[in-house]
Ligand binder design. Structure first.
Ligand SMILES: [Zn+2]
Length: 124
């Protein structure tokens, strides 16, 4: 299912992405950029693909834990469902100490971060 959010909200998300690539702009969004966060995803969980190439937010349902882990596997690719751009998964951090402060980023063919994945916060 494709959800087009308001330009304002999208702009807010993108500003958050380009400045820190970590931490959601508000308490209701969680940017997924740690392997441990992907490990917690279960089948049926919904995540948002936020693509700055075509400026859309697409809701994607996780089908299996294996599929979730594909989103944080170094060298894997994620395809934007809207514009079909392929982004590459790159784990930043120290290879010597992989458990510490690794950060998952998604880059385009120029190596620029252009995509991220967020999870909606729990409804209260
Ligand atoms: Zn796109």
């Amino acid at each position: 299912m494709k959800t087009k959010l308001t330009v304002l909200l999208l702009a807010g998300l993108l500003v958050g992405a380009s400045t820190v690539l970590a931490g959601p702009p508000s308490g209701t969004w969680q940017t997924l950029n740690k392997p441990a966060q992907f490990e917690k995803l279960k089948a049926g969980d919904k995540v948002l693909y936020v693509c700055s190439t075509c400026q859309t937010v697409t809701e994607v349902t996780i089908k299996s834990p294996d599929e979730a882990m594909e989103h944080c596997k170094e060298g894997a690719t994620v395809t934007c469902p809207s514009c079909k751009v392929k982004v590459k998964v790159v784990n930043k951090g120290t290879p010597k100490n992989p458990s510490l402060a690794r950060e998952v980023t998604y880059v385009n063919e120029k190596g620029e971060p252009c995509f991220f994945i967020a999870k909606a916060g729990e409804k209260s």
